[in-house]
Structures are given as structure tokens and as C-alpha cells.
Write a protein that binds this ligand. Structure first.
Ligand SMILES: [Zn+2]
Length: 118
């Protein structure tokens, strides 16, 4: 859940360069997301996502990030780790893209469906 907060609160896609803003990615600013471990808690068996440009679609934009899945003994599958973080993976095998639940909940289709506990 921490990674969602990072994307929401730490949205710094534009960096002041002189008198104008230039577009930078969260990845270029050093953001590296570790799944299934809270901030400050080290994973001793990180497994990098199959791509170094994991795409996260959030309410405030589309972000390229570096992401490691947890490979600890009690780790869940990759897609379950994403779901636990409230990210909906595009695929269940080797996900490279995910949409935050916030985006899904902002969709009229999902917001009209009663009983979905997202
Ligand atoms: Zn771990």
C-alpha cells in the first residue's frame, strides 16, 4: 500500500529547469518500489519485474517505475503482490503494467456497481 501513496503524494513529474518545467519520470528521480515490504523494511530476496520500466496508471498520470517483487519464502505470486498494494495487474503472468484501484474506482463502470469492495 505504501507504493500507491508514493505515487499519489510524491507526484513530481515536472522538475523546474531554469524558468520552465521539464518532464522527468519518477524512475529517473530514483524511485524504486519494493513490493510486499513496508517502507524501510528490506526484502532479502527481491525479484526484479520482467521489465525495468514497469508502467503504473494512476489518477495523476502514467508512470514508469523500477519495481521488485518480493521473493521471500512466504511471498505471494507477483499479481497477488500487486493486488495487495491496490494495483490491478494487466496480466496474471509476469505483469509489466498495473492500474491503481483509485483509477478503477474513478471509472463510472466500477463506481456504479454496488457491492464491489475495492
Ligand atoms: Zn521479501
Amino acid at each position: 500500500m505504501y507504493n500507491v501513496e508514493i505515487l499519489s503524494r510524491g507526484h513530481v513529474d515536472n522538475q523546474l529547469a531554469g524558468n520552465y518545467f521539464e518532464h522527468v519520470t519518477l524512475k529517473s528521480l530514483g524511485l524504486h518500489i519494493q513490493q510486499d515490504h513496508p517502507l524501510g523494511n528490506t526484502c532479502y530476496n527481491p525479484r526484479p519485474a520482467s521489465t525495468d520500466n514497469f508502467v503504473v496508471i494512476d489518477i495523476n498520470g502514467v508512470h514508469m517505475v523500477s519495481l521488485d517483487f518480493c521473493g521471500c519464502k512466504s511471498a505471494q505470486t507477483n499479481y497477488k503482490q500487486l493486488l495487495h498494494s491496490r494495483w490491478f495487474p494487466a496480466t496474471t503472468t509476469e505483469p509489466q503494467t498495473a492500474t491503481t484501484f483509485a483509477v478503477l474506482m474513478s471509472s463510472p463502470t466500477f463506481s456504479r456497481v454496488k457491492g464491489i469492495g475495492i
